[in-house]
Design a protein around this ligand. Sequence first.
Ligand SMILES: [Zn+2]
Ligand SMILES: [Zn+2]
Length: 295
Amino acid sequence: MLNPLTPVPFRSPGTDGTGRSGYPPAPEPLPVPVLDNHTHLDFRSGELSVGVKDALDAAAAVGVQGAVQVGCDLESSRFTVQAVDLDARLLGAVALHPNDAPDYALRGELDGALAEIEALAAHPRIRAIGETGLDFFRTEGEGLAHQRYSFRRHIDIAKRLGLTLQIHDRDAHDDVVQVLREEGAPERVVFHCFSGDEELARTCNTEGWYMSFAGTVTFKNASNLRAALAIAEPTRILVETDAPFLTPHPHRGRPNASYMIPYTVRAMADVTGSDLSALCAEIAENSVRAYGSWT
Ligand SMILES: [Zn+2]
Ligand SMILES: [Zn+2]
């Protein structure tokens, strides 16, 4: 298997050696550096995986100077703590994903796992609890009660530790907002891979919640998302990859990594009618306000 971690495959279109498409070519660098506020460096895309240093080197080469590595279960949250120790360009988030929480609950392990998440979150470079939230697309029935319980517990951990809350919201906008209001939202809330419409954007504007836009905002059928971005308060806009998923246009369907962010940011500048450098500076500033300094 061709190792895609070296800079060469990142910079040239190619295959993974099995005939499938590999990583897309690198875009033109951004004029001002930004940060990828949601990525999964431990996830593989098919047979491809990205080493931490190589992924961040490739990102830095196009003006993405750091990232938030996000854990989804105990294993990836433990990896996240190791990763932030390994490379100073990373901050971390730890949590049990809303689609994983029901599995922990059914094994009778949810409370124990939440206690470990809280312990991992004590690391000074873990700045967020996430991704947590509600997912009505992949979880149903009995699992939803466990999902809601887990979301509430994550909100509580974020508030007690003074950390940012990173929300995964799939087909669940109204319920996510309702739970946040019932529990009382932490000081800083980020809707990762923002998937709402103008109504949710207005709620985020009013509440001061961050909207993190992913490659989905570049998709042809995503006019609702672009309408939401167009009215989003500029001080609340973030950008992310959710890599290895959600690769932006024109490389949708191929693996994603933080070096692909410039495609998304350029599309966001078009939607908002912003000067590209000014938008990059704003995103960088918002990222540091949301998570604290990387340096
Ligand atoms: Zn998610
Ligand atoms: Zn994610």
